[in-house]
Design a protein around this ligand. Structure first.
Ligand code: HEM
Length: 470
């Protein structure tokens, strides 16, 4: 009952808009336990026992381990349907090969070429806001237009990943995204209910429905892959976006020390599933929380806008300009610290071992609560729960801070492959937003951070936006 009370509180307490103390309310049940039981404690979920870890030294030991002693856990059938056997879930040699194949797709030079597309798609979204704001004023409505930025950013980041990673339009990928949202609901339900072993294999109505959705997603992705395969052979051109790289691996056309690496069509479909999903939900979360924080802190909104106008004027940002946006980076880092898109990571132990002062058996599930570490007052000071981007004025690395205190993208071999992509995208979108709109929260907005796997506001994030020159 205590747990359920804390969850209910976490998801339904209205935001104290005037307060600077903005502890995410999803935190209480993690932080309360940490305060009660320390950096390492055990809890049970059904028959499963989980060891929870928030100590930065232990986190380092686990995430930086190069020998695979802390593998990812085997996901349930629902999660596997969502991500496929792509980079997020795969293990061992399959993971290592595909990480090598895909890494060049995230090389800075490749990403620089995507900045213009990101800016154009953000502009399209903002033009639409402007159009809707003008329409809402007619004939004589007195109410300003309310915009749910969570939904807007979901669509935008989906559009961006579809264009930049797969050279396809959002329209083409739309069915996949829609079905993936539906699948996410199925995963959520599975992860919050206790299931018997083998239950997901039974031919129940729910399981049959789940399999049908998976097939529909895979068929859609296959069509996108096949269309590209055909266009490549017709035009004899090689697209070097993520899909192009994977198709080269399928055709055995990779060069240099990658020339022996191969991917099957099913491997490609699985990676597409992973990137369609992991590549946009997370960044949408970051943009949503950042917009909320800037709406709550008009002084920072003004400072950051002044920086953007100073560096970019009203032009689209270039990658060089993005590098000069120091305040924007500070704000994004602070948003990632307070509201990390991926608040918890899960691993297990591949053998009996000693961790800290505990001896733990093989197969123990480890819950790494980076969200708690990133709010730890001993690591971040008494104002750890407040929005204070100044703490990143020296950059991320700070001699006075533990190197594992800030982990929004994880560390070690399984860190986020899309980190630079995500930060570049978030900077471009913020830059365009600040150039054109000032914004504040709608009084209807409820502070409802909820860890649906990804930390998102349960009830959306409603703002009022006003074109700058009106
Ligand atoms: C892995 C965070 C954006 C693709 C991860 C992990 C974190 C993370 C914490 C490690 C998960 C774990 O070990 O359990 C974030 C955040 C993002 C973001 C906070 C945005 C603000 C992206 C984007 C892409 C992406 C834009 C792709 C374009 C991936 C992939 C992995 C991953 C494929 C698995 C890497 C591997 O295991 O080799 N991300 N991510 N992420 N992320 Fe991201």
């Amino acid at each position: 009952p205590e747990f359920m009370r804390l969850v209910a509180e976490a998801t339904s307490t209205p935001m104290k808009r005037s307060s600077h103390d903005i502890v995410p309310r999803a935190l209480p049940y993690y932080t309360t336990w940490s305060n009660l039981y320390g950096d390492m404690f055990v809890y049970t979920f059904g028959s499963e026992v989980r060891l929870t870890i928030t100590d930065p030294e232990l986190i380092k030991e686990i995430l930086s381990n190069k020998f695979g002693h802390f593998p990812k856990i085997s996901p349930n059938a629902q999660t596997r349907d969502l991500f496929g056997d792509g980079l997020v879930l795969s293990k061992g040699e399959k993971w290592a090969q595909e990480r090598r194949i895909l890494s060049p797709g995230f090389h800075v030079d490749k990403l620089k070429a995507m900045v213009e597309t990101m800016a154009e798609l953000a502009t399209k979204m903002l033009n639409d806001w402007e159009r809707r704001i003008v329409m809402a004023k007619q004939p004589k409505s007195v109410d300003p237009l309310e915009i749910d930025v969570l939904e807007e950013y979901h669509n935008l980041t989906a559009d961006i990943i579809a264009h930049t990673a797969f050279g396809t339009s959002y329209e083409e990928g739309k069915t996949v995204f829609k079905l993936q949202y539906h699948q996410q609901e199925i995963v959520r339900e599975a992860n919050t209910s206790i299931r018997l072993p083998g239950q997901s294999m039974l031919p129940t109505a729910k399981n049959l429905h789940r399999r049908k959705i998976r097939k529909m997603i895979e068929n859609n992705l296959r069509q996108i892959v096949e269309k590209r395969l055909q266009s490549e052979s017709q035009n004899d051109t090689q697209h070097k976006d993520l899909l192009g790289i994977m198709i080269s691996a399928y055709k055995g056309q990779l060069a240099g020390n990658q020339k022996n690496l191969r991917m099957s069509i099913q491997d490609i479909v699985d990676e597409c599933k992973t990137f369609f999903f992991a590549g946009h939900e997370t960044t949408a979360s970051l943009l949503t929380w950042t917009t909320m924080l800037l709406a709550l802190h008009p002084d920072w909104q003004q400072r950051v806008r002044a920086e953007v106008i100073n560096v970019c004027g009203s032009r689209n940002p270039s990658s060089d300009m993005l590098n000069q946006l120091k305040l924007v980076s500070m704000v994004l880092n602070e948003a990632l610290r307070l509201y990390p898109a991926a608040p918890v990571m899960t691993r297990c132990t591949d053998r009996d071992m000693k961790l800290g002062n505990l001896t733990i058996p093989k197969g123990t599930v480890l819950s790494i609560l980076t969200i708690v570490t990133m709010h730890n007052k001993q690591l971040w000071g008494e104002d750890a729960n407040n929005f204070n981007p100044e703490r990143f004025s020296e950059g991320i690395a700070n001699a006075s801070r533990h190197p594992m205190a800030f982990l929004p993208f994880s560390v070690g071999p399984r860190n986020c492959i899309g980190q630079v992509f995500a930060l570049m995208e978030a900077k471009v979108v913020l830059c365009k937003l600040l150039q054109r709109f000032s914004f504040q929260l709608s009084p209807a907005c409820v502070h409802s951070p909820t860890p649906f796997g990804i930390l998102k506001p349960r009830h959306g994030m409603q703002i009022f936006a006003k074109p700058i020159d009106s």
